[in-house]
Ligand binder design. Structure first.
Ligand SMILES: NC(=O)c1ccc[n+]([C@@H]2O[C@H](COP(=O)([O-])OP(=O)(O)OC[C@H]3O[C@@H](n4cnc5c(N)ncnc54)[C@H](OP(=O)(O)O)[C@@H]3O)[C@@H](O)[C@H]2O)c1
Length: 138
C-alpha cells in the first residue's frame, strides 16, 4: 500500500514510519519540513494522489486547548477532505489512552480531534497509545 504519514518525522510518526516501511508499504511523509502543510492544506492534494491510507501523527507544538483544537480539527479535516477527493480509503488518527471525560486542556483538544476524524467524510479509526518513553518532560 501507499501510506502517507502526516508528522512522520515526529516522535510517534517516526515509529509508524519504521513499522510501515518494515511491512513493505510505500511511505510518504507529510510535514512542513518537506514543504507540505496539513493545517493550511498547502501541497497536500498532490501528496495524497494514489494514496491508500493516511496516518495523522501531527502535533500542534503547544498545549493551549483552543490552539490545539483548532490545529487538529483543521489538519485532520484537510487530510480527510482532500484525501476523499484523491481516493484515500482510510484515515488513522493517533490519540491518547484514558482521555475520555477530559473537559479542558490538551486532552479535551484530542477528544475534539477524535470526533472530527470520526465524523467523516472518510472511513477513520482512532489508535490510542500511552505516552512514549521519550515524551515526558525531563
Ligand atoms: N508522543 C507521545 O507520547 C504520544 C502518545 C500518544 C499519542 N500521541 C499523539 O501522536 C501525535 C504526534 O505526537 P508527537 O509527540 O509525535 O508530536 P511531535 O514529536 O511534536 O511531532 C509532530 C509532527 O507533526 C508535524 N507537523 C506539525 N505541524 C504540521 C503541519 N502544519 N503540517 C504537517 N505536519 C506538521 C511536525 O513536523 P514539521 O514541524 O516539519 O511540520 C512533526 O513531524 C499527536 O496527535 C499526539 O497527541 C503522542
Amino acid at each position: 500500500m501507499r501510506v502517507v504519514i502526516a508528522g512522520g518525522i515526529g516522535a510517534a510518526g517516526s515509529y509508524a514510519l519504521q513499522a510501515a516501511s518494515a511491512a513493505g508499504h510505500e511511505v510518504v511523509v507529510v510535514s512542513r519540513a518537506v514543504g507540505v502543510d496539513a493545517r493550511s492544506g498547502d501541497g497536500l492534494a498532490a501528496t495524497l494522489a494514489g494514496v491508500d491510507v493516511v496516518i495523522d501523527a501531527t502535533n500542534a507544538g503547544t498545549t493551549d486547548e483552543v490552539l490545539v483544537t483548532e490545529f487538529f480539527v483543521a489538519s485532520t479535516s484537510n487530510l480527510m477532505r482532500l484525501g476523499k477527493r484523491a481516493g484515500v480509503r482510510h484515515l488513522v488518527v493517533l490519540s491518547i489512552v484514558g482521555i475520555d471525560g477530559a473537559r479542558r486542556g490538551y486532552y479535551a483538544a484530542k477528544l475534539a480531534h477524535e470526533r472530527a476524524a470520526l465524523e467523516g467524510p472518510l472511513s477513520a479509526s482512532v489508535a490510542r497509545t500511552t505516552q512514549f518513553h521519550e515524551s515526558p518532560p525531563r
